[in-house]
Unconditional design. Structure first.
Length: 232
């Protein structure tokens, strides 16, 4: 039995990954998102093993992690897999990005995963796997695009955090890896590149993420893996 947490699970890749993982009755899944209505909608779409899936409405930029962790402990007891999928984007020229824009993106894409991992440490089992979902925009040496400076920088920070934690958490038997995703047809891609049509759907990317989350730790730790057919 694997106890799995997915953040940003109410839409897009997070939702598709939740549905994919729910197909295996050996998985107990906890979905986290700030959108309570959309979380309920995801539950309705899960056709098998629905009783193995729970939801917690929570905004990761909140500071009330104590109550979140209490709820997680009550529902799952302990955690084997954490998929840090929650993300936000702003598409603006560098000169137009406000402090509010900056804080929203960095808090969602970097600060949230940082402190969620920190608070979850007592619940993470030996052999647990943390998967941080980054972007090719945050992958060092990749092609960058105008308007995405703060988004790409926050995703780059998440990638570096992965490398740091892989070393620091290794004595606890916890593996940490990062998937730098290329173009996937989601609302976030539409916001970044209006009108662009990606080759990959959320469902096809979810197949890869689900398998990697369950098995990738066996072969690697502290790796930043580009998972990309196109960028964008």
């Amino acid at each position: 039995m694997k106890n799995i947490i997915i953040t940003g699970a109410s839409s897009g890749i997070g939702k598709a990954t939740a549905i994919k993982l729910s197909e295996d009755s050996n998985n107990r899944i906890l979905l986290i998102s700030r959108d309570k209505t959309k979380l309920k909608s995801v539950l309705e779409e899960i056709k098998v093993n629905q009783n193995q899936v729970n939801v917690i409405p929570f905004d990761l930029i909140s500071n009330d992690y104590s109550s979140l962790i209490s709820n997680i402990k009550e529902i799952l007891g302990s955690v084997d897999v954490l998929i840090n999928n929650a993300g936000a984007i702003v598409n603006k020229p560098f000169s137009d990005i406000s402090i509010q824009d900056f804080d929203r993106i960095v808090n969602t894409n970097f600060k949230g995963p940082f402190f969620l991992i920190q608070w979850l440490l007592p619940l993470l089992n030996k052999g647990a796997h943390i998967v941080n979902i980054s972007s090719m925009g945050g992958f060092q040496g990749s092609l960058k695009f105008p308007g995405l400076s703060v988004y790409s920088s926050s995703k780059g920070a998440l990638a570096t955090l992965t490398e740091c934690l892989a070393l620091e958490l290794n004595p606890l038997g916890i593996s940490v890896n990062c998937l730098a995703l290329g173009s996937v047809q989601t609302s976030m891609l539409e916001e970044a590149f209006p009108g662009y049509k990606a080759q990959l759907t959320s469902e096809s990317m979810a197949e890869f993420i689900a398998d990697f989350a369950l098995n990738g730790y066996r072969w690697m730790n502290g790796k930043i893996l580009p998972v990309s057919v196109s960028t964008p």
